[in-house]
Design a protein. Structure first.
Length: 91
């Protein structure tokens, strides 16, 4: 993933625990979900494989309001329930 490109998506800078530097140290412990439009990253999510925490999540400002965030959440295993997304663990 092009970390320099996604910095432009942010409305605020992530905390040090969720920073690119912290993620870069242990890249293999995360799942990366990317939505591309016209061969350009339009949105992304970074999910911690151990905890299920959403470490980073953003949609390019020009592509907001098009359902891309919902698409990323659905790909990551979240299900839509009564106006909110919830992680469902199948036993």
């Amino acid at each position: 993933m092009d970390f320099e490109q996604i910095k432009g998506f942010w409305d605020y800078k992530p905390s040090w625990q969720n920073s690119i530097t912290s993620i870069d140290v242990v890249l293999e412990t995360f799942t990366y979900l990317v939505v591309n439009l016209d061969n350009t990253i339009a949105g992304y999510g970074i999910i911690d494989d151990k905890t299920g925490d959403i470490t980073q999540f953003a949609v390019n400002k020009e592509n907001r309001g098009k359902g891309l965030a919902s698409s990323i959440l659905a790909k990551s295993g979240f299900e839509y329930h009564v106006g909110q997304f919830e992680m469902v663990l199948k036993l």
